[in-house]
Design a protein around this ligand. Structure first.
Ligand SMILES: [Fe+2]
Length: 135
């Protein structure tokens, strides 16, 4: 059980793609641990690693937006904020055991990440790539 990272998830910006891939790997490690019913402590640590890396990655994107004067900075920042809230809130159910359907959990992570990449990050990468093109 894993969340796939294929070309459809690539936005065409080296750093962003690399970090998305790292985020997917952390999610998949957590899912693996969940499938093999690792102890609560391990699951907590793995889930925390996802939250921390997501926050770090979002801050990198925000830095790129700020440095390049991206017009949608405010909206994108708000989306990051709600993604982090959603991730932390869901952890109570997943780690608490009330959310125990593995395919639901996988869909949650998939939708959580993929929707944002395909709607928001694609626009950001496009903007950054256009800015770096020679005039
Ligand atoms: Fe983003």
């Amino acid at each position: 059980m894993s969340v796939g990272f294929d070309d459809s998830l690539r936005v065409g910006h080296g750093q962003i793609d690399q970090e998305h891939q790292a985020l997917v790997s952390l999610i998949n490690e957590f899912l693996q641990n969940l499938v093999y019913k690792q102890d609560r402590n391990t699951l907590d640590l793995r889930y925390n690693a996802i939250c921390e890396y997501a926050a770090l990655h979002f801050s990198h994107e925000e830095e790129l937006m700020r440095n390049n004067k991206f017009h949608d900075l405010c909206i994108h920042e708000k989306r990051h904020e709600s993604l982090l809230t959603e991730l932390r809130e869901r952890s109570r159910f997943i780690l608490g055991g009330t959310d125990d359907n593995l395919s639901d959990i996988m869909s949650f992570f998939h939708d959580w990440l993929v929707f944002h990449i395909k709607t928001s990050d694609v626009k950001l990468a496009d903007f950054l790539n256009r800015r770096s093109e020679p005039l």
